[in-house]
Design a protein around this ligand. Structure first.
Ligand code: GDP
Ligand code: MG
Length: 162
């Protein structure tokens, strides 16, 4: 079976947009409304001669259980079922309490974890990217899922981790 990469993170950070960018086509549902990805959805992805399965997560609502707990649970599940995990953070917002809670879960992972600093649409946001080192998940990798900026570099890192 091909290796599995799970994409986790808060609603609206751009997970589905990034999944579409990686796929090179629009299959994941992108919405301005948080929590629109109904389920965990798996796609066949391909880069640099390697095939892998890409799992887009979401579907939680900030309900009674709390957003933070729901996202942490997704991260836990991703850690157990995927071969590598990609945490997506919105660099224009910076690390929120929820991002920190998820990072805390992922730091226990025995599998590779990559950190994508999304929405880095231009160089002025590189300082905000560097600020994400505080999450303790290694190098934050800047990317603009919307414009495609640096997505090739991120994919190279993903392939190296899988
Ligand atoms: P998800 O909830 O994490 O799956 O996030 P979505 O992929 O649905 O995106 C949420 C919003 O962020 C949408 O309005 C996207 O167009 C926007 N977005 C995603 N990636 C980028 C990016 O790289 N730059 C900017 N400026 N906006 C982005
Ligand atoms: Mg989504």
């Amino acid at each position: 079976a091909q290796p599995v990469l799970a994409v986790v993170g808060r609603p609206n950070v751009g997970k589905s947009t990034l999944v579409n960018r990686i796929l090179g086509r629009r299959e994941a549902v992108v919405q301005d409304v948080p929590g629109v990805t109904r389920d965990r959805v798996a796609y066949d992805a391909y880069w640099s001669g390697r095939r892998f399965t890409l799992v887009d997560t979401g579907g939680w609502e900030p309900d009674a259980t709390g957003l933070q707990a729901a996202v942490a649970t997704q991260a836990e599940l991703a850690m157990q079922t995927a071969d590598a995990v990609l945490l997506v953070v919105d660099a224009t917002i910076g690390a929120t309490a929820t991002d920190e809670a998820v990072a805390r879960v992922l730091r226990r992972s025995k599998k590779p974890v990559l950190l994508a600093a999304n929405k880095v649409d231009d160089d002025r946001l590189l300082a905000d990217t560097a600020a994400l080192w505080t999450l303790g998940l290694g190098e934050p990798r800047p990317v603009s899922a919307l414009h495609g900026r640096s997505s090739g570099d991120l994919l190279d890192a993903i392939i190296a981790a899988l």
